[in-house]
Design a protein. Sequence first.
Length: 81
Amino acid sequence: TEADLTFVRSESNPGTGGDPHFKTWHNEHYQYHGQCDLVLAKDAAFADGLGLDIHVRTKLVRHWSYIKTAVIRIGNDILEI
């Protein structure tokens, strides 16, 4: 609903960055210093059922890690950066 969208926009600015640090829509903060694939967002109902997936892959370098790649899928279209 519009009220839900307003809550998300006004209460939080989710995202990731650094080595890597994560901030959720609920304003929770996480850090992960390792190597793995992570699911950041998933919404099967996005765009009238096309679906949305956002994944990142972290890479370990010495004593820290970073986000090496990000993948966004909408329907059958995939963008990897």
